[in-house]
Structure formats: C-alpha cells, structure tokens
Design a protein around this ligand. Structure first.
Ligand code: ATP
Length: 614
C-alpha cells in the first residue's frame, strides 16, 4: 500500500479529482495529531478538552440568552418585580462566557507550550534522520531541497496544522450545536446555513489546492532565493562579493525571482479573494433572508422574542464558524505541503550497512581495489574505470593526476562514502561492504582537501578526528605535535581553548596553512587507525612545511598504510608507489625512479614542475 507521503507525491503529478481533492486537506492531520500526542499526552488531552468546551459553550450561551430575554418579557408582562431566576440566568450566562474565555486561554497556553516542544522534537527527528543518510543523498538537489524545507519551518508547521485541525473541530462542534438549536425553528434554516457556506467551501478548497501545488512547483525558485540571501549576507562569502562587486548583480537576481513569484501570488490572491467575495455575498444574502423570515415568524407570534434573539445569534455565529473553518482549511493546505515534505524526507529509505566483520579473512593483507569502477548518481560518465591496486601495511601510495581525474573519488570509495558501481574493495581480504561500519571507520583516518573548519575551540577542532577522545587534551597535544600545529597553537592566547572562526565571541581566524595543520592533526587523532589518507590538505602550506609534514607523516605511518594526494612532486616522490590517474583510469604506476625511467606522463609532469623551480 502506498504511504501517505507517496500518495502526496503521486497527487502532485496527477491531481486527485472529486471528493478526494477536497478531503486532501485532512491528509496529514492524523499524523500531525499523532506527533503532538507523542510529544505530550497531557497537553494533547487538555487541548482536546478545551477545544470541546470552546466549541459547545457558545450554543449554551445563546440558549441561556433566549431564556433571559423571554424571562424579561414575562416579568414586564407580569409586573411582579424581578424574578430571582432571571438574575441566576444572567449569572449563568456570565459563567458560560468566563468558561469560553478560559477554554480559549487554555488553548493558547497549550499551543505556546506545544510549539516549543514540538519544534524541538521535529528538529531532532530531522537531524537524527540526517545522520543515517548517505553522502549521495546530500548531493541530490531534490532531496536537499526537502531537507532544507523541512528544517526551515520545523518549529511552526506541525503545530499550525494541529491548531487548525482542532480549530476546525471546534467550529464543527459549534456548528453542530447551533444546528441543533436551529432545528427548533426549522430544518430549512439549518439547510440554508450549510448550503450558504458550501460554495465558499468549494472555492476555498480549490484555490488552496492551487496554492498548494504552486508552492511545491516553485520550491526550486524559493531555494535559489535562500541561496542568494546566504551568499549576500554571510561572512564567508562577503570577501568575494565585495571584491568582485557581485552584490548588485545577485540582488537583481534576487529581486527578479521575487517579482516572478509575486506575479503568480498576486494572480492567485486576486482570483481567490474575488471569488471569495462573490460567494460570500450569497452567504450574506442567505443571512438576511433568514433574518427576515425569523422576524416575520416572531411578529406572527409563532416564536418568542427570546427565541428570535437566540436564532439570530445562532445563525450569525454559525456563519462566523463557517468562515473560520474556511480560513482554517486554506491554511491546512499549506501545512499539508510542509508535512508531506517532512514525511517524504523522514521516510527516505536508509541503506543500512549490513556488514558485521570486525576482522578480515586474510589479516595483514591490507587494502585491495579489484577492477573498481564508479559513476556518481545522475552522472553520465564513470569517475573511476577498472581501477586495481594493492596497498600493504607499512607501504605508502601517492595518487597523482590532473584536476578531476578521480583521485578524491577513489578516497571517497575507500572511506565507504559511496559504494563501487562495479568491482570490489577489500580490506584484509574482506569486502568493505561486509565490514562492521564502526570498526571500519576506526581503522581509517582521512582528511579531505575541503575539510571542515569548525567554529569550535582549537582543541575540539582537533578532537573532532576521533569522537571517542573528543575532549582528551593529552591526545589533542600529541596529534597537534604530529600535525606540526603545536608551535602556532601555543602562540595563540588561550592555546587549545581559543575559539576559532568569527561566528562566536572572541573567535579568531587562522591562516589557510594553519587551518590545514589543524586538519592534519585531526587525522592523527585516530591513533588506532592503520590506514591514513591525506587528500591534499597541505596545498596552502608553504613548500617547506608540506615537505616537513610528509616526512613526518611517513615516519609516523611506518607500519601503517598511507595514501597521499598532492600536486607537489617533491612530496609525491617520497611514496613507495606512485599511481598516475587520468580520466578515472590508472595509466602508470611504480616508484619515482621507475616512473622517471619509463619516461611517460609522470616523468613529463615531474620535469615540468622541476623546471618551474629552477
Ligand atoms: N559529487 C559528485 N557528483 C558528481 N560528479 C562528481 C562529484 N564529485 C566529483 N565528481 C566528478 O568526478 C570526477 C572526478 O572528481 P575527483 O574529485 O575525484 O577529482 P580529483 O582527481 O580529486 O581532482 P582535484 O585534483 O581537482 O581534486 C570529476 O569529473 C568530477 O566532476
């Protein structure tokens, strides 16, 4: 059976017809109420009771009002003073009004309390889900769109849908109780009340449905607008935006998108409101026709003055309840959009690592790529083609190749961030797929060229390399020493506890090379890792620092497996084996000396760079 989320998606391409279209507004109400129920049962119960009370009391007030007016008329006719019963009725009416106010205030309080709790709950659900996703998911623009939309309105939408659903129930209860009273006058009056509201109901449901589809359809535009906002107003882009004077150009784009969206909005708003006004006139007409009817019936003496007051008040309030329901319904479509998106995101299938191996079939065999090919999802070309290599413990490999040749991709596969499209990768004779993911992660230490610069203290920036020792100061220091970051860290006021980045108070910025030393230190946090990979994290370092780091890296990884990627041949030549990649294929391999002898591409590139240094 299709899940509601799937149904929602299917409905977008092929809008449901007839009643299903109108009932679509309730699609996610049940789930929203479940969510609230799971968040806080007591608050949900209070909300339900308060809604019921607020729904029933207005009819009770109208009924007591009738008794008061009739009592007054009787007392005037009887000329026997003020009957105490009348005063009791007034007191009762006051009590009912206080009850309505209390129930409404109760609803407000519960809503504020739920807003915070529910927002937090949904945010945590979104973030927990994000932890289970594959890297490929984050690179899928449509999926990323869902994630950002889910996060953006996490704190308001679920509660809003619950409020509107409960509001609708409250108005429904009021309407039913009003109808009950009106029946005493005439079933036709009830029919008129309902029938006068129907055209508006259908038009509201139709236009809200249009708005719902419009929102979904233009979501990429909205996302682009958000992106432009980020580029125009964030510290990490400010430098380039100013320097290249990109501001006006990007702002123009931002305005253009707004204008386009606004045109569509205006069209929809105008159509929706003009129709709403026209159909609203029908309701007004119905009200005054019924008014005249009730007045005539009263004058004819068939109902009392008190009943007339009650019927008029009930009819008027009934119409307000109808229009409040319409407003709730139009909002519910938008909330549904949000929730359908949220649940599509939360129900995204997760590929769970099935492996359980904590030891390889051939311990000490090292790492093997066997005829590995890989193509990025949605891409037309293979990023790696038929790559085979073997790296034994105690040996090092350097990957060399032009930009885009596939070096980083190879590392991503090794890290298990993607699975090969063909071929297999073995560690100690066991396929990576069959390894327990935790054990695997502990064995591999990697720093990518686009490593993260966390807005955290220096020590935690290093500690991030191994969460089990995130706060271990002695380890930070050892890792910093190995990454050659110690001297400059000690020179910073606050040392390992100095805040980095500009987002928070007293944060300081580091130079590109200093950040890279922090990143290299991060790789050394995993003291137990026997595969260490440095993917060009040293590009911003001066040549001397890079040479020193790699010398050092080799000493430190003497009995481990090391893979390094660098565009500097002075570094590359230190590796036991050099692998030259072009267009995703290995085209040459061997030691520095052997490759120079072979006089192929490596030798040419090496001479080119060496000439540059002369
Ligand atoms: N996430 C991705 N989705 C689709 N294609 C990608 C992705 N990442 C990289 N590619 C493509 O895969 C190919 C190999 O990229 P890769 O990052 O492995 O190159 P590289 O050798 O590390 O390059 P560089 O020296 O510039 O770092 C390139 O053609 C690139 O466009």
């Amino acid at each position: 059976m299709a899940s509601p989320a799937q149904t929602a998606t299917a409905n977008d391409g092929n809008p449901p017809r007839g009643w299903r279209q109108y009932l679509g507004v309730f699609r996610y109400s049940r789930r929203a109420i479940e969510l609230v129920w799971q968040t806080s049962r007591p608050l949900t119960v209070i909300l339900a009771v308060a809604t019921l009370v607020a729904g029933l009391l207005p009819a009770a007030a109208a009924w007591v009002g009738q008794l008061i007016v009739d009592g007054v008329v009787d007392a005037i006719n009887a000329e026997a003073g003020i009957p105490p019963r009348l005063l009791w009725l007034v007191a009762l009416e006051g009590g009912i009004m206080a009850g309505i106010a209390g129930a409404q205030r109760g609803i407000q309080i519960v809503q504020s309390l739920l807003r915070a709790q529910l927002g937090q709950r949904v945010n945590v659900m979104i973030l927990e889900k994000a932890q289970t996703l594959q890297l490929a998911d984050f690179e899928d623009s449509e999926f990323y769109d869902k994630l950002t939309r889910a996060r953006r309105e996490a704190s308001s939408r679920p509660l809003s849908l619950v409020n509107r659903t409960f509001g609708l129930i409250q108005n429904g209860i009021s309407l039913a109780s009003f109808a009950g009273l009106l029946l005493g006058f005439s079933p036709w009056a009830v029919a008129i009340l309902v029938a006068a509201g129907l055209p508006q109901f259908f038009s509201e449901a139709k236009f809200s449905g249009d708005a719902f589809r419009l929102f979904r359809w233009r979501s990429p535009d909205t996302r682009q607008q958000m992106y432009l906002e980020t580029v125009l107003a964030r510290e990490d882009s400010a430098k380039e935006v100013k320097l290249f004077q990109l501001g006006p150009l990007l702002l123009d784009r931002y305005r253009d998108i707004f204008r386009r969206l606004y045109r569509e909005d205006r069209r929809l708003t105008l159509r929706r409101d003009l129709w709403g006004f026209g159909l609203g006139l029908i309701a007004t007409l119905a009200f005054y026709a019924t008014y005249a009817w009730i007045v005539m019936t009263t004058v004819a003496g068939r109902i009392t003055l008190g009943q007339m007051t009650m019927y008029l008040s009930v009819f008027r309030q009934g119409q307000s309840a109808v229009s409040a329901s319409l407003t709730a319904i139009s909002g519910m479509y938008e909330d549904n959009l949000y929730l359908s998106n949220l649940y599509e995101y939360l129900e995204q299938p997760v590929t769970v690592g099935t492996g359980e191996a904590t030891e390889g079939a051939v311990p000490g065999d090292g790492l093997r790529f066997e005829a590995v090919s890989f193509r990025y999802p949605g891409s037309e070309d293979d990023a790696l083609r038929n790559v085979s290599l073997h790296l034994q413990p105690g040996r090092s490999i350097a990957l060399v190749g032009d930009n885009g040749s596939g070096k980083t991709t190879l590392i991503k596969l090794l890290a298990g961030l993607y699975a090969p499209t063909a071929g297999r990768i073995l560690l100690d004779g066991t396929d990576l797929h069959d390894w327990d993911s935790q054990t695997l992660r502990e064995r591999i230490g990697i720093i990518f060229q686009d490593f993260m610069r966390y807005q955290l203290p220096v020590g935690e920036n290093i500690g991030a390399g191994d969460v089990r020792h995130f706060d271990d100061e002695a380890r930070w220091q050892r890792a910093a020493r190995q990454g050659l970051a110690e001297p400059f860290i000690e020179a910073i006021p606050g040392g390992y506890h100095a805040q980095l980045g500009r987002w928070f108070r007293d944060g300081r910025e580091l130079s590109g090379g200093q950040w890279q030393k922090i990143a290299v230190a991060r790789a050394f946090m995993r003291e137990g890792a026997d595969i260490l990979v440095l993917d060009e994290p040293t590009a911003a370092m001066d040549a001397a620092a890079e040479a020193e780091i790699f010398e050092h890296f080799r000493t430190l990884t003497r009995d481990r497996m090391a893979i390094l990627i660098s565009h500097r041949f002075s570094t590359v030549r230190m590796a036991d084996e050099i692998i030259v990649i072009k267009g995703g294929r290995i085209i040459e391999r061997g030691s520095h000396a052997a490759l120079l002898d072979a006089d192929g591409r490596y030798a040419r590139l090496f001479r080119l760079q060496a000439a540059g240094y002369q």
